[in-house]
Structure formats: C-alpha cells, structure tokens
Design a protein around this ligand. Structure first.
Ligand code: ADP
Ligand code: ASP
Ligand code: MG
Length: 405
C-alpha cells in the first residue's frame, strides 16, 4: 500500500461542488489501494478576503492576530472536505496544522517549518482514516499559530510527504502542470512533462507561482518526487524530480515573470566600507527579503544603491532605509512600485554564451527598457516596467522557440 500526499489549491476547493469533486478524487485514490493524506488551501479568494477585512479594521493588523485569522481559511476547507468524504461512506478526519504536528519558527506571515511530529497523522491513518490537513499553517513552541507565506500550502504538502516518507507528493491545481511560461500570460505556453528541482526552484523564486519555492526546495532536499497536475481532469501533469532530464538540456526551459516588484534607491551614498551592511542588516532584522541589489560605480566617492523588494514590504523597507540614509548622510531615498521582472531559466544556459545577449536584444527590439539585471548560473532576470511584462514574456517565449517541444 503506497502513501500519497495530495494537495488541492484554492481554486480546486472554491465552492461546495468543487469540494465534492475533490472528495471523489480522493476516494478514487483510496479505491486504488493507496493511503492518502490530503492538504487543502482556503476556498477561492478567502485568504485575500480575510486580509482585506483585517485591513478595514486596522491598517496595520498585528502579525500574530493576522496569522490566526488567515489560518481559519484552510481550516474551513479541511472540515468541509472531511464532511464530503464522510458523506460518501469513507472515514475522514480534518486536522489543523497544529494538530498535524507542524512546528514552525515565530516569524509570523512567513514562518518556516522547523519540525514535524506526525504522530497524530500516523494514528489516524492506522485507524483507517483519510487525513485532511489544513495547509499554510503551523504552531510555534509557545503555541502561537503561524502561517507559512502566500502559496504556503504547497510547502505543507511537501514537508508532510517527506516526514511521512510518502511515495509522491501530488499538487493539484487549476492548470495542467508546469508550463514553459504562465499559460494565463502566454496561452501559447506548452506543458513540460518533467522538470528538475533546480530549474523549478529558479522558476518558482522568479515568480512562477504554480509551486511555492520553499516546497520545491524541500522536495530537492528530501528527494521527494512532486507531480503537478490539474484537479479538474486526469491529464498526466508535470513531474518535478531529481533524476536526469529526458528532454534536450541545452536550451532555455521556461520563462517566469512577476509583477510584484518594488525598487528602492538610496541616492548619494558615501562610498566607504560598512555602507552595505548598514543598509541591509536592519532590513534583514525586520524580516524584509531583499531581492536584486545593485550598487553603481562611485563618482567622487559617492554612489547610488538600489534594491528590490515585494510591494507588500515597500513601506517597511522605505521607513528603515530613510532613517539609515539620514545617519549615513545620503542625499535621498526614492521608490518605484510599478515594476515587474521577467526571467529565462534553464540548466542548458550554464557555460553557454549567447543567452543573455539574445534576451537583451529581444527586449530591445520590443522597445522594452531594462532597469536592473541579475543572474544565477541557470537564470537571467531583467527588471522592467510592470506594463511591459506580458509583452516581454510573449516575446521571449517566441525568441527562445519554447512553443516547440
Ligand atoms: P493553487 O491555488 O492551486 O495553489 P496557484 O494560483 O497558486 O494555484 O498556482 C497556479 C497558477 O500558477 C496558474 O493558474 C498559473 O496562472 C500560474 N503559473 C505561473 N507560472 C506558471 C507556469 N510556468 N506553469 C503553470 N502555471 C503557472
Ligand atoms: N491560502 C493561502 C494563500 O492564498 C495559502 C495557499 O493557498 O497555498 O496564499
Ligand atoms: Mg498556490
């Protein structure tokens, strides 16, 4: 008997009919002789709605209260799914993240899983229950409820799969797998049959929200195969795994994009040792994740430092940086919250020249201005205006011939 962990995202459990559909799929998996642990997201836009509601009550809701509030979304769907499965004559039990033994650190709204004590889950499975775990949440040692960051139910699923030594983690969503680009932005995008952890991780951290990046990271660490497939049909999906890729490697595998980018520039910073740490240490302490960092060449011992953050962190970043700028006698701080980024990803780019120039030429030919550039060994990212991101994705998809297998 194989143990599978299946995760169903928000759009797959958006209403009563869809929850019943998920119940039928879970039962079908059981009927094939498997044991199943299911992880669910909140129904539809519940998390966004709860966030909005909190902000109507308090413009800056306390992080602890907000996490408890947001965790309720996943609890609602887990109970309803357990009821739907029960109604079909099968035994199911819902568990909150805390009941499932998911212990996290205390960084509210982006907590990291530190340990899983799966005793309760194992007991319930031994009793013959289908176990439904509320995704996206955990509990600290001090018994405070935390959430894992937007899209975090994927991470719950892969972490549970690793901890329970499941055969596979299956992520069911509203698209038929991982595509060469977001199929909503580029309908010409093509489903990949498989993709390595490394490439998927770069895609996810560059904005391909079909998988939470930390889930891919965990998959790689524990060598857990992850199948991404659609919850509305039985098409084969995409397998994320660690083995050698069967597809041609020497090329770009996919285009990722993100429109949640804000840039902060500190103008006229005295160019002396210690400046970078003076800027970035307080940001790290405040739990602001900084993405791209660029320091200009200095002129007359003065330089400009720019970095990008998620838009939700911009206010926090600006208030920290403004006070740092005053103490280091910089000229001013400016920000721009109308940016996005587009990335090309592929292990085939490693040690192969020509990909960067092709990317820059394609953007130039479409009149798209590049503001910042960053690279990893298998990724090149350009920060551009938000309103040109869609054009950039489509143009790059074509230039790198991704519509053909
Ligand atoms: P869920 O609610 O099931 O977790 P998400 O909305 O988080 O689903 O993720 C699925 C979405 O990811 C798709 O609807 C699609 O628009 C988007 N997406 C972005 N990049 C890709 C990609 N490369 N392949 C497939 N989907 C992608
Ligand atoms: N409900 C959470 C969100 O909307 C977590 C998830 O869906 O994975 O971000
Ligand atoms: Mg998601």
């Amino acid at each position: 008997m194989a143990l599978l962990v299946q995760k169903y995202g928000g759009s797959s459990v958006a209403d009563a009919e869809k929850i019943k559909n998920v119940a039928r799929r879970v039962v079908k998996t059981i009927e094939k002789g498997n044991q199943v642990v299911v992880v669910v997201s909140a129904m539809g836009d519940t998390t966004d709605d709860l966030l909005k509601l909190a902000k109507q009550i308090a413009p800056h809701p306390p992080e602890r209260e907000l996490d408890v509030l947001l965790s309720t979304g996943e609890i609602v769907s887990s109970t309803l799914l357990a009821m739907a499965i029960g109604n079909m004559g099968y035994k199911a039990v819902s568990l909150t993240g805390a009941q499932a033994g998911i212990e996290t650190d205390a960084s509210h709204s982006k907590a990291r899983i530190q340990r899983i004590e799966p005793r309760r889950i194992v007991e319930e499975l031994d009793e013959g229950n289908i176990v439904i775990v509320a995704g996206f949440q955990g509990i600290t040692r001090d018994m405070d409820i935390t959430t894992l960051g937007r899209g975090g139910s994927d991470t719950t699923a892969v972490a549970l799969a690793a901890s329970l030594k499941a055969k596979e983690c299956q992520i069911y969503t509203d698209v038929e797998g991982v595509f060469t680009a977001d199929p909503r932005t580029a309908p010409e995008a093509r489903r990949l049959e498989e993709i390595g952890y490394e490439e998927m991780l770069e895609m996810a951290t560059s904005g391909a929200k079909v998988m939470h990046s930390r889930a891919v990271e965990l998959g790689e660490v524990y060598n857990m195969p992850i199948l991404v497939a659609c919850s509305f049909n039985d098409k084969p999906g995409t397998l994320i795994h660690g083995g050698d890729s069967m597809e041609i490697r020497n090329r770009v595998r996919g285009i990722a994009h993100d429109v949640d980018v804000a840039k902060v520039t500190i103008v006229g910073v005295p160019d002396q040792p210690g400046i970078a740490s003076a800027i970035f240490e307080p940001l790290a302490k405040a739990n602001v994740s900084v993405d791209t960092i660029v320091q200009n060449a200095s002129v007359n011992k003065v330089t400009d430092v720019s970095f990008t953050v998620a838009r939700s962190d911009l206010d926090k970043a600006m208030s920290i940086v403004k006070s740092v700028a005053v103490s280091m006698k910089a000229k001013e701080c400016v920000s721009d919250a109308t940016l996005g980024k587009v990335s090309i990803v592929g292990t085939g780019m490693q040690n192969a020249p020509g990909y960067a120039s092709m990317m820059f030429r394609t953007l130039y030919e479409h009149g798209i201005n590049i503001q910042l550039i960053t690279t990893s060994e298998i990724r090149i990212t350009c920060i551009i205006a938000e309103d040109r991101v869609k054009d950039a994705v489509k143009a790059l998809h074509k230039a790198f011939e991704l519509e053909h297998a």
